[in-house]
Design a protein around this ligand. Structure first.
Ligand code: ZN
Length: 112
């Protein structure tokens, strides 16, 4: 079973969480100044990288809080989780195929 480290609760089963999409999307400072196309891009267009991706997650069947995570979309490994407003400890590029880049492991796997 995949465990995800909630920054508030610790490791919990993945079934307790829901992904909320890409993280760190800044709202435009002057939304009224945007064209319809620019507004639509802000609302609907998201990155879909192969590799490390910053995402928002909700511990919906736990504490109910939102947090951010950096996850490798290739291996489905969580490199780290961190509270909203915090900056990630690890930065780095994608890891396409090779093993990771000195990441802090906040994920554990257990076999039941
Ligand atoms: Zn939690």
């Amino acid at each position: 079973m995949l465990l995800i480290a909630c920054p508030y609760c610790g490791n919990r089963p993945e079934t307790e969480f829901r992904c909320g999409g890409q993280a760190h999307i800044a709202r435009p400072l002057e939304p009224a100044a945007l064209s319809d196309a620019q507004w639509a891009e802000y609302l609907f267009v998201r990155d879909n990288p192969r590799g490390v991706h910053a995402e928002r997650w909700n511990h919906v069947h736990g504490c109910g809080r939102w947090f951010n995570a950096r996850r490798d979309t290739v291996s489905d490994r969580f490199l780290e989780t961190y509270k909203m407003g915090e900056t990630p400890k690890t930065t780095g590029s994608t890891s396409t195929g090779s093993t990771s880049t000195g990441s802090t492991s906040t994920q554990a796997e257990a076999r039941a």
